[in-house]
Design a protein around this ligand. Structure first.
Ligand code: DER
Length: 229
């Protein structure tokens, strides 16, 4: 499966950037899962040592424990050296849409704090304009779902409550909130939209990541071989 190959290669490339003695933000999603695995492998082999992870979700926590990466919290550190995380869309300015895994609230805290934020994607995530292939996730406190959806519709968005697949009813985030996925005709000014959405009473965080990405590692398959650039 070429996409799986791309995810593995780009996860490996990101894991190779982690230096001994550093604090690492651990992202969420299937691509970052490979980076977490390979960081664990590098710890096990002794290639690197003395790192601690800050998880961005229960998923990252479970994977870190599985692969032997010690965890800490934002109360116990005064910086994050590097954060590795996935994305649902990356535009030419390295701005992102994230939140496919409904984890964007903690991800934005960790990724924005990191001295170096590394995004790991397969080439299918690259877009000319944000919002062209992926609906924008917005985390909303449950009691405000209806007025928030109304306010988003007034902004020209088409909001849909995210329903669980192996859970009856709406998806519930790690914070106990719900997620609304919004279709916009076009997102001309991501920085503006990010602020406007987060200013709607009841919105906790949205999946626009503007001006936080430092490095984008892209998995690409050329003649069956994975490339990372
Ligand atoms: O939920 C998230 O923000 C994830 O990072 C997501 O955007 C990417 O997940 P994937 O690597 O499984 O596509």
């Amino acid at each position: 499966d070429p996409v799986k190959l791309m995810k593995q290669e780009v996860g490996k490339a990101a894991a190779a950037l982690v230096e001994s003695g550093t604090i690492v933000g651990l992202g969420t999603g299937s691509t970052t899962a490979y980076a977490i695995q390979y960081i664990g492998d590098r710890l096990k082999s002794g290639e690197i040592k003395d790192i601690v992870g800050i998880p961005t979700s229960f998923q990252a926590e479970v994977l870190a424990k599985e692969y032997g990466i010690p965890l800490t919290t934002l109360d116990a550190v005064d910086h994050i050296d590097i954060a590795i995380d996935g994305a649902d869309e990356v535009d030419p300015n390295k701005n992102l849409i994230k939140g496919g895994g409904a984890a964007h609230t903690r991800e934005k805290v960790v990724d924005a704090l990191a001295n170096k934020f590394v995004v790991v994607v397969d080439s299918g995530k690259l877009v000319e304009r944000l919002g062209s292939t992926f609906k924008l996730p917005v985390e909303v406190i449950p009691m405000a779902i209806t007025p928030v959806m109304r306010a988003i519709a007034k902004l020209g968005g088409k909001p849909e409550l995210r329903m669980g697949i192996r859970k009856a009813g709406p998806v519930i985030t790690d914070q106990g909130n719900m997620v609304v996925d919004v279709t916009f005709d076009s997102i001309d000014n991501p920085a503006e939209l990010e602020k406007t959405l987060n200013n709607i009473p009841g919105v906790l965080e949205n999946g626009l990541f503007v001006g936080v990405t430092d490095v984008v590692l892209v998995g690409e398959v050329k003649d069956g071989k994975p490339l990372v650039y």
